[in-house]
Design a protein around this ligand. Structure first.
Ligand code: FES
Length: 284
């Protein structure tokens, strides 16, 4: 690299295709945000959304037609105002809201403050930086100050994300329990339950490799061998490091799979597609 650097947006002495990564990331994250917003809104009960989902006379959040209960991870845990469970605490006045609106703040907050995603969208969308040794459109850089102080909440979002793991495990469990029309119980595995299982595995790998999780299980120790607790911390830190080394892949694949699993469930519930969940083994 020659100094001083070339000036002007995107100017650089680099000869590689440095722009491909940020451009692909902008497209990927853009599609994910548009899709999840559209799906989250679909089950809202107001304005233009009256043509979709619950408002159109059928819900698209879970598959029940085959005798099991396959709930989309975009809507889990399910919060329907004045409904069962968590929904019983929500007033009926909020029934116009999509169930996704009650819960997505936590996964969105977790991913938006993730160290890896920060790097990705700072480059892809904010041009901070445009790329290593690539000139960006503006000179100033103030770091993660002001509004971006919110990024410090990552560890708290991580605590909440950990709560999602048993919830999503429960969803997998529900999806392998079938009830026939005569209410006879049986176990089975469908494509929908496999979708949920893969989603759970990917999200678990993503959470276990989280930098804040790694610090939670292995941090605060000045050395690894002083006592049994230190040694345990070391083992847990090594375990988390296994996932942390590929945190980017866990981050990207787990996000992709949430959308794929949701789309499958959507396709099996919206009559427009004419699909049903495919049972691979067991069932009624
Ligand atoms: S650093 Fe990526 S999830 Fe915590």
């Amino acid at each position: 690299m020659k100094l001083p650097m070339k000036r002007g947006f995107g100017k650089t002495d680099r000869t590689d295709d440095w722009w491909k990564g940020p451009a692909a990331m902008a497209a990927y994250l853009g599609i994910m945000v548009v899709y999840s917003t559209w799906r989250g809104m679909m089950e809202a009960d107001f304005w233009i959304f009256e043509e979709f989902g619950r408002s159109a006379g059928h819900q698209t959040m879970w598959i029940e037609s085959e005798g099991s209960h396959v709930l989309s991870p975009l809507f889990s845990p399910l919060v329907i105002p004045r409904g069962d469970g968590l929904g019983s605490m929500v007033p009926l006045e909020l029934a116009w809201m999509s169930p996704a609106m009650f819960i997505l703040i936590f996964p969105i907050g977790f991913r938006a403050t993730c160290y890896y995603y920060r790097k990705a969208y700072y480059r892809a969308f904010m041009q901070q930086p445009t790329g290593c040794a690539v000139s960006k459109p503006w000179d100033e850089y103030s770091g993660e100050t002001g509004l971006l102080l919110v990024q410090n909440l990552h560890r708290y979002f991580m605590y909440v994300a950990l709560i999602y793991l048993p919830i999503l495990s429960y969803d997998v469990w529900m999806s392998v329990n079938f009830h026939s029309a005569a209410n006879v119980h049986s176990y089975g595995v469908s494509v929908g339950s496999m979708m949920l299982l893969v989603n759970l595995i990917l999200l678990t790998g993503y959470c276990f490799g989280c930098h804040a999780f790694r610090h939670l299980v292995g941090g605060g120790a000045n050395e690894w061998t002083a006592n049994p607790m230190s040694r345990l911390k070391y083992r847990m830190w090594r375990f988390s490091t296994l996932f942390n080394e590929n945190h980017r892949d866990w981050a990207l694949y787990s996000l992709f799979w949430v959308m794929i699993a949701d789309f499958y469930i959507y396709a099996c519930t919206d009559p427009m597609f004419g699909l049903t969940d495919f049972i691979l083994w067991g069932g009624p």
